[in-house]
Ligand binder design. Sequence first.
Ligand SMILES: [Cu+2]
Length: 487
Amino acid sequence: MFARVLAPIPFAIAVFVGAAMAGPLTSVAQAAPATAQKEVVRQYTLSTGMADGKMVYLDAQGKASNPVLKANVGDTVVLTIGSGEGAQHDIVIPDLKVASKKFDSSTGSVTVRFKASKPGRFTYYCSIPGHQQIGMEGVLEVAATSASPAAAAPASKAAVAAAAGPALALAPAAADAVSITMDPNSVPPAIGKRAPTLVKYRIDTVELNGKLDDGTTFNYWTFGSKVPGPMLRVKQGDTVEMTLANHKSSKMVHSIDLHSVTGGHGGGADTQVAPGQEKTIRFKALNPGLYVYHCATPSVPHHISAGMYGLILVEPEEGLPPVDREYYVMQGDLYTGRAAGTKGHHEYSPERASDELPSFYTFNGAVGSLTKEFKMTAKVGETVRVYFGVGGPNKVSSFHVIGEIFDKVYSEGSVSSVKKDVQTTLVAPGGATIVDFKVNYPGSYILVDHALSRVGKGLAGILEVTGERDVAVYEPVSPTQTVAHQH
Ligand SMILES: [Cu+2]
């Protein structure tokens, strides 16, 4: 998976080399360096943009990617930069303690002014996680003068952190937060017998404040304003036309990688969409099964953790055996650096994500989604199917329903074989499973990950089963009795 994300790096190097050969394009020396004391101001204007699906800095003409910036030691550099494609970025040069404010289409351009205090080749890049890796980096060359001190210090994350200032206090819960929970009943109907056809989908990517827990909010990134995104249902052999439209209010580029796609990084290579834009891919559903889709824009773990995942079912030619009820549930792990239960507006923590230490685990995007907001129900004697996937980004689920046995498990989302009589089934991040079971006895059946510490971080769902008790199936035999001990 991550190899896909890193793949663009050689491309980024290639564009950088090209820009270097083209030479500096936008430097304007305002004052002639007549004397050593005279301040020389070098002005650069940059914007951000996309080139072949990668993120880059562009020169003032919008042509050269990641242009080489030049200055002499002692010069003042004035760098003005805006978001060309509308997404949120910044520009930092840690070695020179330079860090701009974040900018996007709503902020307009920002300007940083700094002294080129020492000679060397300094990397400038975007500090938003993943953006440097997908192409947003270039070089500032500072030429030595006779009075220059020697070598530059190596880059350090600490310098970036220092430039960015101290960690922000937890803000109050966002007043505009809405429910982002996907209704587990939102399963498209079975397709039935038909010849392969062209199926068109259009999904809007939307960033919005959502309710994560009681009194706790989070800025979710979503497919269709819900977590998980819409469940898609096609037939083996169908051609699927997928249009991804990134809402104009977005601050991020988004994309879609469907695990049911062969080629093009699952679609991720050709669906990197800037705010207000849309892109379309077509693919043939070659293999049947239940597949995860997710956003594949760096930093991918952030986009997934923030809610960008969903399931696509590719029905085999004969379809799946009919059941009475079908539900759609996905598990995610969310990293905020604040303990579950802490009220306020939580921010994503790249450090906690990197260490794989989630603050929350959720079914369908939020704490309480499937215990308070929505209930799954069934009647005694009915068959229930759960389409279950793990968006992740990182944690395996040991999927289990307390007080129930899965009659059938389509392990790893493969519909080519069935396991019978399973208690707990492993579901990998970026993986899925289908479980079928008949409910034989009334009660509240609790969906969990049997790594049960995660219940305390939000991970539980309820299937409410009503109907007649069958004492042959289960019977509480007697009230509590004191046992007479014999010595
Ligand atoms: Cu995204």
